[in-house]
Design a binder for this molecule. Structure first.
Ligand code: FAD
Length: 466
């Protein structure tokens, strides 16, 4: 067994891991990055954020081309070459993971391929192709991420996939059932619908994307209602019979069809669970919760002072940008800097059509916390730009603390909401009040104007709209 040693060892190379490794190396430390796969980038780059957005781009162009017929421009029925669509998506992944490998090399970060498990407080054993290697460290950063939650009653069948299987895009089914109306399920539904599949979504809660406010999600629900075959809210799947001619699904709940329904493909997208239970953390003395999370302090330190944890494995929200922000804290704290993970906000975005984005407090949370808040809501039906692009179903909503008129939350639903929400996040972090936002001159005609208009609506000074 060969031995390696580094000042900093990072376990897992997702957005948490590779960013931690790079920041630690930039700060002058020698770093080893352990990853079980032969590419860096973790879930996000290989089977998550990036491939889903590449496919969503394809879906958007297909949908927009179709919508243009209402404006007098017809492109005819699109022809799909599924292999080429997949190649495009794979090319995007390759470009990015290849870039990461180059960046690691440029920084002299040593990458070790294999599955790592703690064997002591300062050592990890890495196994690859039956060979074992010992890696010792002064400090470790656990960035081992999360995995898909499986529904135990789903049979083993090629036609039943999780998000990774759906992103492989092997074929487009005639009728696809998406179990789970959360962000990942709905993004995949957006892709497969654009490619020609009929879509049924089943969700146990009384709204899609349960974490977001109801009024925001309602816009998405209304927009997709006519496009999807069925949306079964407050309903769950209890049984799937995999037969030769299809997958027969039994439902239970408020909107459950009486008889089993037949589908050609099922995407199970009911959540993700942390990998804390798979790395023998106890051998290093690191505590793991019953659910597999690893608790840390605000400097990302676990209960063992020289071992840090970041990303999906430390808790919700399981988002790449949260992992990245935490990675910088961990690496800088190891380098002796005083840095804390203490954001006021972490934005969430569903890259559906329309997009749903929110940051800071939702109304639901503000009510639960007893915050005395006011709302400024600007409907896109009054936005010249939204009307011009024929997408006026959305709105921009800001929440203000009535004590000082500071913005404490915001939600946007509509095209490009994911880009637009950044301004609201900055406003919250900077402590902006309604006047600061309303007085900031936004370019006209843009969808971003809707943010300043929402502030003006709250102040009661919004007059001449489009
Ligand atoms: P991960 O990305 O999970 O990386 C962990 C890495 O560690 C993996 O490469 C794994 O192979 C490796 N590993 C684990 N255990 C070991 C071990 N013992 N030894 C060696 N290697 C190990 N987030 C967003 O912010 N925006 C999005 O648009 C978005 N879209 C998504 C779409 C999908 C379909 C999915 C599934 C997720 C999406 N996410 C998105 C979530 C995002 O991918 C995660 O939050 C992010 O990847 C978490 O980063 P991480 O570094 O904590 O872990």
């Amino acid at each position: 067994m060969s031995n390696l040693h580094a000042q900093v060892v990072v376990l897992g190379s997702g957005p948490g891991g590779y960013n931690a490794a790079f920041r630690a190396a930039d700060l002058g430390m020698d770093v080893i990055l352990i990853e079980k796969y032969d590419t860096l980038g973790g879930v996000c780059l290989n089977v998550g954020c990036i491939p889903s957005k590449a496919l969503l781009h394809t879906a958007k162009v297909i949908d927009e081309a179709e919508e243009m017929s209402a404006h007098g421009v017809s492109f005819g029925k699109p022809k799909f070459d599924i292999d080429k669509i997949r190649d495009y998506k794979d090319g995007v992944i390759k470009q990015l993971t290849g870039g990461l490998a180059g960046m690691a090399k440029g920084r002299k970060v040593k990458t070790v391929q294999g599955y790592g498990k703690f064997t002591g407080a300062n050592e990890i054993e890495v196994e690859h192709d039956g060979k074992k290697q010992k890696v010792t460290f002064d400090n470790a950063i656990i960035a081992a991420g999360s995995r898909v939650v499986d529904l135990p009653f789903l049979p083993e069948d090629d036609r039943i996939v999780d998000s990774t299987g759906a992103l492989e895009l092997r074929e487009v089914p005639k009728h696809m059932l998406v179990i789970g109306g959360g962000i990942i399920g709905l993004e995949m539904a957006t892709v497969y619908r654009a490619l020609g599949a009929k879509i049924t979504v089943v969700e146990m809660a009384d709204q899609m994307i349960p974490a977001a406010d109801k009024d925001v999600v309602k816009v998405l629900e209304k927009y997709v209602k006519g496009k999807y075959e069925n949306i079964l809210m407050e309903t769950s799947v209890t049984k799937v019979d995999a037969k030769k001619d299809g997958l027969y699904v039994t439902f239970e709940g408020k909107n459950a069809p009486e008889k089993p329904q037949k589908f050609d493909m099922i995407l199970s997208a009911v959540g993700r669970r942390p990998n804390g239970d798979l790395i023998d953390a106890d051998k290093a003395g690191v505590e793991v919760t019953e659910r597999g999370f690893i608790n840390t302090d605000k400097q990302m330190r676990t209960n063992v002072p020289h071992i840090y944890a970041i990303g999906d494995i430390v808790g919700q929200p399981m988002l790449a940008h949260k992992a990245t922000a935490e990675s910088h804290v961990a690496a800088e704290v190891i380098a002796g800097k005083k840095h804390y993970f203490d954001p006021l906000t972490i934005p969430s975005v569903a890259y559906t059509d329309p997009e749903v984005a929110w940051v800071g407090l939702t109304e639901k949370e503000a009510k639960e916390q007893g915050v005395d808040y006011g709302v400024g809501k600007f409907p896109w039906a009054a936005s010249g730009r939204a009307i011009g692009v024929d997408r006026k179903e959305g709105f921009t909503k800001l929440l203000f603390d009535k004590k000082n008129n500071r913005v404490i939350g915001g939600a946007i639903v509509g095209v490009n909401a994911g880009e637009l929400i950044a301004e609201v996040g900055l406003a919250i972090e900077m402590g902006c009040d309604a006047e600061d936002i309303g007085l900031t001159i936004h370019a006209h005609p843009t969808l971003s104007e809707s943010v300043s208009f929402a502030a003006e609506v709250y102040e009661g000074v919004c007059t001449d709209l489009p």
